[in-house]
Design a protein around this ligand. Structure first.
Ligand code: GDP
Ligand code: MG
Length: 335
């Protein structure tokens, strides 16, 4: 699957975030509770330094609470990090962010200097919705298109906190090959028609393993098949996703599955766990080491001469041919 889902403005956005970070006391990083790893941009952690950070696990209403608790524990192991769960259907809970900001920044009631907090997050995690809840009014436009904030917005939340909205759009960083599928499964990125089925297959594969009972019940199956293709075929039959001629319409059933997953119809579902990520990170490290080794080998080869052995061979052969040709020409001229 092509990974060209995101335009390349990331460098600029990161530079601006870095500059803004110097002006604030605390960073509020909004994540999607269903994909806390894949909705994070790891560059933020690198530029954050010692600045305290609250990681918000938003859309908690859609996430599996038991796995979210494990994520909170895992994320809080990082120095200076606190977590909180929020969802737009529970604004009272979202407002607790303000108490947390104050306690982390040792705010004294009535102090003249307001706390400056910056909010970041990749598109669609719910930043605008959250800002509107915190500000008690409509400030940021919400919706499925990431709006580029032209100038940095400063929002006075009252009660001693000023919120800086993210400058620019921070795209997710796709170091992990599974992340793009999880982002697409969650609805954070739009699926293009061609890739839709890939995403559906990915989601089906994960869901039949992680939530077998949910899938069996929702798609009215007596037996849950072992593979995603068999599952999709069986679900297509119970859901009437059948083409003319009786063939199963895989595209249609993928669409149904993803819609139901994204809207919460399958219940509260999380698409990655801290334990899965530990394994995947090890795999990524191995892969990176392999690549580095291959690169070092190529370099070493190159250093042994201005020509690589392969090129050397070809040059020698060319030289032999030339000499052979001149011998033949000389012989012909003598005739
Ligand atoms: N279910 C659910 N949907 C949410 C929540 N917060 C935001 N959304 C939806 O997610 C979409 C993106 O939200 P938005 O605030 O525009 O995200 P932003 O791109 O980070 O500013 C919108 O359709 C919101 O209605 C939440 O807590 N739960
Ligand atoms: Mg927004």
């Amino acid at each position: 699957m092509a990974l060209q889902w995101f335009p390349g403005h990331m460098h600029k956005a990161l530079k601006e975030i870095k500059e803004s970070l110097n002006q604030v006391d605390i960073l509020i990083e909004v994540l999607d509770a269903r994909i806390p790893y894949s909705s994070e941009n790891p560059e933020i952690a690198k530029i954050r330094g010692d600045k305290p950070c609250i990681k918000i696990l938003n859309k908690y209403d859609l996430a599996d609470p038991e796995i979210t608790a494990r994520w909170q524990e895992s994320l809080e192991k990082e120095r200076g990090v606190k977590t909180i769960t929020t969802s737009s259907d529970n604004p009272g809970n979202s407002k607790q962010i303000m108490q947390l900001v104050k306690s982390i920044c040792s705010y004294k009631e009535g102090q003249p200097k307001a706390i400056k907090a910056m909010i970041t997050g990749i598109p669609n995690v719910g930043k605008s919705t959250l800002i509107n809840i915190l500000a008690d009014r409509i400030i940021a436009k919400t919706g499925n298109e990431p709006a580029v904030t032209k100038s940095q917005q400063r929002i006075n939340l009252g009660s001693g906190i000023i919120l800086f909205d993210t400058p620019g759009v921070l795209w997710p960083k796709l170091e992990n090959p599974h992340s793009i599928y999880r982002l697409a499964s969650s609805g954070a990125v739009k699926n293009t028609a061609m890739e839709y089925d890939d995403v559906g297959f990915f989601a089906a594969d994960y869901l039949i393993k992680a939530y077998p009972e949910v899938m069996k019940e929702r798609y009215k199956l007596d037996e849950l098949p072992d593979t995603e293709i068999e599952f999709l075929e069986a679900a297509a039959k119970t859901r009437g996703a059948i083409q003319a001629g009786g063939r199963v319409n895989l595209h249609k059933i993928c669409e149904i599955l993803l819609k139901e997953l994204q809207s919460g119809k399958l219940g509260r579902i999380t698409l990655e766990t801290p334990e899965m990520l530990e394994v995947e990170k090890e795999e990524m490290a191995l892969e990176a080491a392999k690549k580095a080794e291959a690169k070092a080998k190529r370099k070493a080869k190159f250093k042994t001469g201005s020509l690589t052995p392969d090129k050397k061979d070809r040059k020698e052969k060319r030289e032999e041919k030339r000499q052979e040709q001149s011998r033949r020409m000389r012989a012909q001229n003598k005739k």
